[in-house]
Unconditional design. Structure first.
Ligand code: 13P
Length: 343
């Protein structure tokens, strides 16, 4: 193997860069396109993603890697070149979502188990051949302030699946992004920030124990966690409180051998996601790179500005580039609200 896992992982969290999560499944991207009244077809999905990947300034300066859905990894751009090659030409790394989704977990009402381990070894070999150098698997942890969720059974099952996945990735020369998401926008969304801190801490402890048992090399992985924040219907924590509680939980659970942590945005507004990341990098001394792996918070403005119209490609790219630049500043702890106005 020519590239070392450690080197790929370090590149993914290079200073001032982060990851674009563009790996929406066919059903999720349909929901996003519904919001701009655009039909989701193979071609419209291609056009949208090609617009993002051809945003040269953003891709070269602010995006270290792009998480793709399988369709996109093997898809061609309008001019016949591979979309993955456009990403590589910008100096960014193509990555691949390899789980097959969070499915209702038998005997655990309200909770899910993420599937996709069967045949994964063979799929990883074909993804590597197609240029993917990192992968993503998302385990979903429901949280409810009023009931017993999450249960230990669901946390443990998801954590073990994440560890099995990570070991298979490393065997294939692919850096695993390990994503245990304590849902930030789930229902009823009334839990407090302290409940989120308690659950996130327990989940991350469990995940790192299972990664250790599975002999996963921490130097060759990236963690993709939720931020510690109150439920979406009970938001009141300040930016400083979110930063302080998130950093405390991460320091208590994530070994410093892990090269980087790249957050999901989880339904926060684009600006909130940027402000929280910037506060963490500005105010704390951290042993790992701390950056973004946002889906919605990097794409929402671009999707709206594009609106599915070829004449709006430049406007879509401008919106994407602005958001990527704001998050790049946040990854260095130097984002300021006033900079938003320059958009
Ligand atoms: P959001 O940033 O929209 O939460 O998506 C990131 C992601 O990849 C979730 O798996």
């Amino acid at each position: 193997m020519t590239e070392r896992l450690e080197d790929i992982a370090v590149k993914m969290v290079a200073d001032g860069k982060g990851i674009l999560a563009a790996d929406e499944s066919t059903s999720t991207i349909k929901k996003r396109f519904d919001s701009i009244n655009l039909e989701s077809t193979e071609t419209s999905r291609r056009d949208y993603r090609e617009m993002l990947f051809r945003s040269d300034e953003a891709m070269k300066n602010y995006i270290s890697g792009v998480i793709l859905y399988e369709e996109t990894l093997f898809q061609k751009a309008a001019d016949g070149s591979q979309l993955a090659d456009i990403i590589k030409a910008a100096g960014s790394l193509p990555g691949i979502k390899v789980d097959t989704g969070a499915k209702p977990m038998a005997a655990f009402p309200g909770e899910t188990i993420t599937e996709g381990l069967d045949g994964l070894r063979e799929r990883l070999a074909s993804y590597y051949k197609a240029g993917a150098r990192f992968a993503k698997w998302r385990g979903v942890i429901a949280i409810d302030g009023a009931s017993a969720l999450p249960t230990f059974g669901s946390i443990k099952a998801n954590s073990q699946a994440l560890a099995r996945y990570a070991a298979l990735c490393q065997e294939a020369g692919i850096v695993p992004i390990v994503e245990p998401e304590v849902l930030m926008d789930g229902q009823p969304g009334s839990h407090s920030i302290d409940k989120c801190a308690e659950v996130t801490e327990f989940v991350l402890r469990t995940v790192f124990n299972d990664l250790y048992d599975a002999r996963v090399k921490l130097e060759g992985m990236i963690l993709k966690p939720n931020m510690v924040i109150d439920g979406k219907n009970a938001r009141k924590a300040s930016v400083e409180e979110v930063a302080e509680k998130t950093v405390r939980v991460l320091k208590a659970t994530v070994p410093s051998a892990v090269p980087g942590i790249a957050f999901l945005s989880g339904g926060q507004s684009s600006e909130e996601a940027t402000a929280h990341l910037s506060a963490m990098n500005a105010n704390y001394d951290l042993p790992w790179g701390l950056t973004y792996s946002y889906g919605r918070a990097l794409q929402e403005d671009a999707l709206k500005a594009w609106g599915g119209k070829p004449e709006n490609v430049a406007a879509g790219q401008r919106a994407f580039t602005h958001r990527a630049q704001m998050n790049s500043l946040a990854a260095k702890g130097s984002w300021k609200k006033e900079l938003e106005k320059a958009a």
